[in-house]
Design a protein around this ligand. Structure first.
Ligand code: F6P
Length: 366
């Protein structure tokens, strides 16, 4: 007989298409295959700290019809690290410190035997720290950036690419009508996977990614050659983390109380202004921003999310605590939470996708 009777699931960090599909798969596998009880913890670790009405029972009824829904029915927070938490004590004083034991007590008081945390680096780091304190934790990685080294692909990436390609298709018709350059800024933080995929899928003329420092003159040269070939408009995709040769990354905001406070952005306008001068076509900048993260997950992401969620429950039932679910090739697998934190991957500047893009005339500004 398994020692697991009741589990909890929560989502932390920025949202991502497919979170609800994971919650659904966790709940269905746990209740229907194993007869477990499932509790959803709202607002990530903040809900774990607050307890009470933040803990909600999840049943078949709560998760039916959510596979196609974007966002997370459990809400999320990317600020609440219970190992370094700001809170108000009973006398109204603002205090700061490690309140992880409150979270552990709330799990115990609710008879919760194990916890599934769905999130990015910050959420998984806390998952690892709870695991070190004896909580039975399984992590499920999520990010539209697809930059986690331990797993082949994260759910949400496919949807973000599809959303962005759809936007580029629309931008292209207006760019063409006005003979303009439109510079489209992609998310992705310090990795160029998203920009590269949407640039190729959207048939961009240039793709600027963090892994290849660009020379704006080289980009301009490519667009001028296209004009000579009769193409009097252009789409340039620039990753928010891209950098000019010898230049700096563009920081748009510092979110002080976030575990990862730097927010990137703003490079598109600079690139557009430079290209307007160098190429001689009018240029505009579009920052896609959170449009990439919103809406219904693609069919592929629904399938991948279902696999991640169902496998997380399998790991719990096999007693493989302290691990994160991964996709290894095309098989579900797992890796210790101790080994995955802070392990990011980057686009290979000499890799197949970059080479194919260059072979089809795309400039990376090098
Ligand atoms: O990591 C996902 C991501 O969407 C990044 O691509 C982006 O830089 C960041 O989150 C934006 O964060 P926020 O939602 O806090 O603005």
């Amino acid at each position: 007989m398994s020692e697991i009777k009741k589990i909890a699931v929560m989502t932390g960090g920025g949202d991502c298409p497919g979170l609800n599909a994971v919650i659904r798969a966790v709940t269905k596998t746990a209740t229907m295959k194993y007869g477990l009880e499932v509790v959803g913890i709202k607002h990530g670790y903040r809900g774990l700290y607050l307890g009470g009405s933040e803990f909600v029972n999840l049943t078949y009824d709560n998760v039916k019809n959510i596979i196609s829904k974007g966002g997370t029915i459990l809400f999320s927070s990317n600020k609440d690290n219970l190992f370094d938490y700001t809170y108000e004590d009973e006398n109204g004083n603002i205090c700061h410190g490690d309140v992880s034991d409150v979270g552990i007590k709330n799990l115990k008081d609710n008879n919760i035997d194990a916890l599934i945390v769905i999130g990015g680096d910050g959420t998984l780091t806390s998952g690892r720290d709870f695991s070190r304190k004896g909580v039975k934790v399984i992590g499920v990685p999520k990010t539209i950036d697809n930059d986690l080294a331990a797993t082949e692909t994260t759910f949400g990436f496919d949807t973000a690419v599809a959303n962005a390609v759809d936007a580029i298709d629309k931008l292209k018709t207006t760019a063409e009508s006005h003979s303009r350059i439109i510079v489209v800024e992609a998310m992705g933080r310090y990795a160029g996977f998203l920009a590269l995929a949407m640039g190729i899928g959207g048939a961009a003329d240039a793709i600027l990614i963090p892994e290849i420092e660009y020379d704006i003159n080289k980009v301009a040269e490519c667009l001028k050659n296209n004009i000579k070939r009769g193409k009097e408009h252009a789409i340039v995709v620039v990753a928010e983390g891209a950098k000019p040769k010898g230049g700096e990354i563009f920081v748009s905001k510092v979110v002080e109380d976030s575990p990862d406070p730097i927010r990137l952005g703003g490079i598109a306008k600079v690139v557009a202004d430079q290209l307007e001068k160098l190429v001689g076509l009018e240029a505009r900048a579009t920052i896609l921003g959170h449009v990439q993260r919103g809406g219904s997950p693609t069919a592929n992401d629904r399938i991948l999310s279902t696999r991640y969620g169902a496998y997380a429950v399998e790991l719990l039932m096999q007693g493989k605590f302290g691990n994160m679910v991964t996709l290894d090739g095309n098989s579900m697998s797992y890796e210790s939470l101790e080994n995955v934190i802070g392990q990011n991957k980057a686009v290979d500047p000499e890799g197949e996708l970059v080479k194919i893009a260059e072979a089809t005339g795309v400039s990376f500004g090098r």
